[in-house]
Design a protein around this ligand. Sequence first.
Ligand code: 5GP
Length: 146
Amino acid sequence: MSLDGTYDEANIFALILQGKIPSTKLYEDEKTFAFLDIMPQTRGHALVISKWSKARNLLEMEDEALGEVMATTKKVATAIRKALNPDGIQIAQFNGAPAGQTIFHLHVHILPRWEGDPKGFTAHGAGAQADKDALAALAEEIRAQF
Ligand code: 5GP
């Protein structure tokens, strides 16, 4: 799968939106959904998706959906900042497998960063799933800041 292709209605993020697989929700409105990454690359690593757009990547995304996702990205990044006090916040988004995209429902990564920590990002995920209870506790801390 790369830049061109058909939207897969059974991709993981579509299944999360349909409630068929669980996620640790941070924020939701009519158009967008934000949740913690299951394999976080930094503490508080979050993802933001559109609830209605079938765009696989940025090049396919409706401007309206893009605006909604970015507005939510700002909201969630602000709550993460208040909750976790990072020194920086990285916003990342990948298009096509060679660019590191593994799930083909457009998503924006929010990665809080701290001075002195490694700056890398491992395409195709961190490899290890976070503890479910730890993610739930972290989400509660972040949700309290909206
Ligand atoms: P991509 O590499 O496509 O930009 O990012 C996909 C992200 O989704 C990765 O950071 C990966 O850890 C995350 N991810 C994969 N499967 C799941 C899942 O089932 N739940 C959640 N919350 N995140 C997932």
